[in-house]
Design a binder for this molecule. Structure first.
Ligand code: MLT
Length: 447
């Protein structure tokens, strides 16, 4: 049984408010007291870090950690009930409208918006680290054309550590860690674009220092040795917003992976590579690819949206709509609200006439009006609209999660940096064993 003693006083410190409020657990006739901590947005957590020792072995169990906080963090605040998402206190609505992705990357990683001098130095450093070692081109050429770009990207990012061996011992060298951070931010778009070019068996296009971050990526993706890529600022603006909206999302699956790998003091390249692998899953970053594959399935079946909506409602039917609802946001995904506007603008600007996008619009209308979806909070989420925009600007479906990786990279880096700066211990969860009790070995002939 757990009860609260009323809060008598709060002690405010730099990270969180440690309250005198306590939780009491009664186990086996004994009462145990556990401290409560409260964050700067009044979230409360029961600190169980001493539970096992105090209770003679009791642990908590929470598959998927839906009720378990792994850390205290000052990077991103997310309120799922009210659809709030802020990076270092700034709302994503303001940042998506007024900032560039590189500014937001700086904010998330270093904690403050850069002034002109700081931003100039950061952008200059990123621009001058966009090239990857020429020897890495051989790696690309060794992959089959049908290699999934997420498998290539995860491998290539980990391989960067082999070209920068000094990055393996960076624990205390802030300057060396910063150089690795800049190299990662600068090179990920190049690695992503080159994986695409390799899959097309096209020659790679080198980064251009005259272009900004988003322009450069689009140029490396779509320019050819015989023709420049015509920069369309509507597309650049939409891409800038998409990357900002994906930049961090507190302790999601891939970020928790980066923190866990980094907690063993593995280098930043290896930790980010692990995050890319976690993001690949269709239940996480792969959802935007799954949205387009769902639209293609409906289109290939004749495009009867009502038929597939009925299938989604039918519990006996395995079909489920992808790109609707969210495990954290209860009423709407604030990122989807923003990107829907950009999506409509890109489609109008480009005069897109694509049957998949027509199907998407019909599904969106159903989800926003049909009581079945409204009552279950199955609203279109950021993955629903991001897939539509990526398809509209010509990014192939298998590259959608790669785009998510480019956006999420600053968040992964910031969370890794915070975990190491706070000297957090190596992550090592416990378990409840449910296997065989002790038994003796029986020789082969006697079994
Ligand atoms: C994300 O942005 O990482 C996804 O919405 C998944 C999540 O937060 O769990």
């Amino acid at each position: 049984m757990m009860s609260y003693i009323g809060a008598q006083k709060k002690i405010h410190n730099t990270e969180y408010i440690e309250m005198s409020e306590i939780a009491k657990i009664e186990l086996g006739g004994k009462t145990y007291e556990l401290p409560i901590i409260e964050g700067t947005e009044n979230e409360k957590g029961i600190d169980i870090s001493k539970l096992r020792g105090a209770t003679g072995g009791y642990i908590t169990i929470d598959p998927g950690f839906k009720n378990t906080g792994s850390t205290k963090s000052a990077i991103t605040y997310l309120d799922g009930e009210n659809g709030i998402l802020r990076y270092r206190g700034y709302s994503i609505e303001e940042l998506a409208e007024k900032a560039s992705f590189l500014e937001v990357a700086y904010l998330i990683i270093y904690g403050e918006l850069p002034n002109e001098e700081q931003f100039g130095a950061f952008a200059h450093s990123i621009t001058n680290h966009t090239l990857v070692h020429e020897d890495m081109k051989q790696f690309f050429e060794a992959y089959p054309a049908k290699a999934h770009p997420m498998g290539v990207l995860s491998s290539m990012v980990c391989s960067l550590s082999t070209f920068y061996p000094e990055s393996l011992n960076q624990d205390r060298d802030e300057e060396a860690i910063d150089l690795t951070i800049h190299r990662l931010i600068a090179k990920l778009p190049t690695l992503a674009a080159w994986s695409y070019k390799n899959s097309m068996r096209h020659p790679v296009v080198y980064p251009k220092n005259s272009l900004d971050y988003c322009e450069n990526f689009l140029s490396m993706m779509f320019a050819m040795p015989t023709s420049e890529y015509q920069i369309d600022q509507t597309i650049v603006s939409a891409l800038n917003k998409l990357l900002i909206l994906h930049a961090d999302h507190e302790q999601n699956c891939s970020t928790s992976t980066v923190r866990l790998v980094g907690s063993s003091h593995a280098n930043l390249y290896a930790s980010i590579s692990a995050g890319i692998s976690a993001l690949w899953g269709p239940l996480h970053g792969g959802a935007n690819q799954a949205v387009i594959e769902m639209l293609e399935q409906i289109n290939n079946d004749g495009g009867d949206v009502d038929k597939w909506v009925a299938k989604a409602k039918d519990k006996s039917d395995p079909f489920r709509l992808m790109g609707f609802g969210h495990r954290v946001y209860k009423n709407f995904d604030p990122r989807a609200t923003i990107i829907k506007v950009a999506c409509d603008r890109v489609l109008d600007q480009m005069g897109i006439d694509d049957p998949l996008l027509d199907i998407a619009k019909k599904l969106e209308k159903v989800a926003l009006e049909d009581e079945y979806f409204k009552s279950r909070n199955l609203y279109p989420n950021v993955d629903f609209y991001s897939g539509i925009i990526y398809k509209a600007i010509g990014i192939p479906t298998e590259m959608f999660t790669v785009m998510f990786s480019i956006g999420r990279l600053p968040g992964w880096i910031a969370q890794w940096k915070e975990m190491r700066a706070n000297n957090e211990p190596i992550g090592r969860p416990r378990q409840i064993y449910t296997g065989s009790n002790e038994r003796d070995y029986v020789s082969l002939e006697k079994r």
